[in-house]
Ligand binder design. Structure first.
Ligand SMILES: CCCCC/C=C\C/C=C\C/C=C\C/C=C\CCCC(=O)SCCNC(=O)CCNC(=O)[C@H](O)C(C)(C)COP(=O)(O)OP(=O)(O)OC[C@H]1O[C@@H](n2cnc3c(N)ncnc32)[C@H](O)[C@@H]1OP(=O)(O)O
Length: 182
């Protein structure tokens, strides 16, 4: 019989796998003022029908972008009944969506237009319905069209317990990526 071991997620301090860890030489771009402009405009420009951040999407996450520092983005959501999986607890897919939204925000802060290519999520603690999840995401590096972004969600506030961690590759796309589908 083998001795019980600490859970893998408890030992890990980052959600990033080999795939979502930037290669040597990837750099974090200095913030382009134009990217900041997109960010300030985001509620007006995209915050309409977005499930993640649209302020009027009734059962959406209505994530609020509450701050930035360079390419680091801060946000928060309140977990609603409509976001449940197990009774009284947030659905894992909803939490992944919240992470996608805040990580995507950090990617856009690097100065390009990005879509999610790969998203990895670690769930560390259950998130009760009614709680506020405080979200933070930062850029670990950009190489070619790929931005390597990481983040976390904490229950109750910026110093609350970490409930979710995520790491992702966002891929830079031209504007036509969005316009040609319509
Ligand atoms: C999204 C918001 C748009 C609204 C715009 C308006 C205003 C914006 C204002 C503010 C925005 C603020 C925040 C945004 C917030 C949230 C974001 C939510 C994001 C989403 O919810 S977005 C939806 C889900 N997302 C998709 O719908 C993508 C579907 N997909 C594709 O459209 C293609 O698949 C694509 C384009 C990804 C690549 O296709 P492609 O042909 O252009 O390029 P290619 O395949 O060559 O990949 C190039 C390099 O990326 C590597 N690569 C690609 N995929 C990878 C993977 N999975 N794992 C590891 N590496 C990967 C390759 O390995 C290669 O690497 P290398 O260069 O080293 O060879």
């Amino acid at each position: 019989m083998t001795a019980p071991t600490e859970s893998r997620s408890a030992k890990r301090t980052s959600a990033a796998s080999e795939i979502t860890t930037p290669p040597p030489g990837a750099t974090v771009p200095a913030v382009d003022p134009a990217a900041g402009q997109e960010y300030e405009l985001s509620d007006e420009v995209l915050g309409n029908e977005c499930f993640g951040c649209g302020p009027h999407v009734e059962h959406g996450l209505q994530m609020k972008r509450i701050g930035r520092d360079g390419t680091t983005a801060y946000g928060e959501i309140v977990v609603k009944r409509e976001h449940q999986g197990a009774p009284g607890l947030a659905h894992g897919g909803i939490l992944a969506t919240a992470m996608d939204e805040i990580l995507g925000t950090s990617a856009w802060l690097t100065g390009g237009r990005y879509v999610t290519g790969r998203l990895e999520t670690d769930y560390l603690a259950p998130v009760p319905v009614g709680s506020t999840l405080y979200l933070k995401a930062w850029c670990n590096g950009v190489e070619g069209r790929k931005a390597y972004i990481e983040g976390e969600g904490r229950i109750g506030g910026p110093d609350g317990p970490v409930a979710v961690r995520a790491a992702a590759i966002f891929v830079r796309v031209p504007m036509e990526h969005f316009t040609k589908q319509r």
